[in-house]
Ligand binder design. Structure first.
Ligand SMILES: NC(=O)c1ccc[n+]([C@@H]2O[C@H](COP(=O)([O-])OP(=O)(O)OC[C@H]3O[C@@H](n4cnc5c(N)ncnc54)[C@H](OP(=O)(O)O)[C@@H]3O)[C@@H](O)[C@H]2O)c1
Length: 332
């Protein structure tokens, strides 16, 4: 880790102003995060955003990634491609969560170094922090204790990515950075019944229960863990803000700084969806980390705050879900 809390005070002009004609590679451009970053880039007027799908460029294929970088020569890279999943997927497929993520990262970061890509943002996740880290979790908690076992292979891969970014900064002098988002949700999320995160899985479960007239929905775990949720459009804004204003090797947490219990979240989703049956819990299923709230003071000090509240964000996500249901855009 780099020493101290390296936070430059917000300045009127960015440290690394991005040219609107810069060629920006959004790796994972069809995913929850990548799609939002692409939308935000286009909204801001970037005209040269590229983002092949995994079918067009499998980032686990080292030779293909090298050739693609040499050919396209991006100026900016946002690394939002990863094998991502909820608690069940992480618990049942730990091998792929380690192997695929390591390969994706190493291939992209090595190829970007070979082309001397000037600006690169690596996206990790709040699960990199120790299971019992002091709350709210500061960036300094990284590597200070054991990880949550249910997703430790994913976390180790992401930690390796942060260290590779730091190593490139030290050894090669490129101003690459890492961001650690909290739990995200929004349009283009994964609504798969087994491979999704808690918020989209609740949206789907309550919607289907309402449609089918089911009077009882049973959820995994006790409902007591506390979690923080950030709308992905806010994350996309934060990513561009960091690319322009942040230049240090320590990761930056991206979140709202507030949390709710999973039970409160379920009630909010049920209310939004219009499900009026009973909400029940199965405490024999694992809960994961008891609380996960990020300390976002480093990001706040850089002059960034979220705009979308949880109630508004869930309503907007449910509207998107209804609009896209059956269109192929809703992954299920
Ligand atoms: N979702 C969250 O709550 C959350 C929270 C914190 C951090 N993050 C971080 O944000 C990043 C993106 O997550 P996400 O939620 O956007 O995931 P996602 O919706 O599942 O999207 C993952 C993206 O990665 C791409 N991808 C996967 N394997 C690939 C491969 N072998 N080659 C090329 N592309 C591949 C997929 O491409 P195709 O669609 O073309 O297959 C997809 O676009 C991850 O690093 C994750 O750790 C997410």
């Amino acid at each position: 880790m780099e020493a101290g809390r390296v936070v430059a005070p917000p300045t009127a002009s960015p440290r690394h102003a991005l040219d609107l004609s810069a060629r920006v590679f959004v790796a994972g451009s069809r995913g929850l995060v990548g799609a939002a970053v692409g939308r935000e880039l286009r909204r801001k007027g970037f005209t040269n955003v590229v983002g092949p799908t995994s079918a067009e460029l499998d980032l686990r294929e080292r030779g293909a990634v090298r050739d693609w970088f040499a050919d396209v020569r991006p100026d900016v890279v946002v690394l939002a491609a990863a094998r991502v999943g909820g608690i069940r997927a992480n618990a049942t497929r730990p091998t792929e969560f380690l192997s695929d993520n390591l390969r994706i990262q190493v291939n992209v970061l090595d190829a970007a170094l070979e082309q001397r890509v000037e600006r690169l943002l690596f996206l990790g996740s709040s699960c990199i922090y120790p299971k019992f880290a002091e709350q709210p979790i500061r960036e300094e908690a990284l590597l200070t204790g054991p990880l949550e076992p249910t997703n430790n292979t994913y976390a180790i891969a992401k930690i390796a990515g942060i260290l590779q970014v730091q190593a490139v900064r030290r050894q090669h002098g490129l101003p690459w950075i890492s961001a650690m988002p909290t739990n995200l949700y929004g349009p283009w999320d994964n609504f798969h019944p087994e491979h999704s995160h808690v918020l989209p899985s609740l949206v789907r479960r309550f919607h289907e229960a309402k449609e089918a007239g089911i009077s009882r929905v049973l959820n995994w775990g006790s409902g007591t863990p506390r979690r923080e949720f950030l709308h992905v459009d806010d994350l996309a804004r934060a990513c561009l803000h960091l690319l322009e204003y942040y230049d240090a090797g320590d990761p930056v947490n991206v979140g709202t700084g507030t949390d709710v219990t999973v039970r409160e979240l379920a009630e909010l989703v049920a209310e939004t969806v219009g499900y009026r049956g009973s909400i029940e819990w199965d405490p024999s299923q694992p809960d994961g980390t008891p609380r996960k709230l990020l300390d976002v003071s480093r990001l706040t000090a850089l002059g960034w705050t979220p705009r979308i509240g949880l109630r508004e964000g869930i309503a907007q996500t449910y509207d998107w879900y209804l609009e896209h249901l059956g269109s192929g855009a809703v992954r299920q």
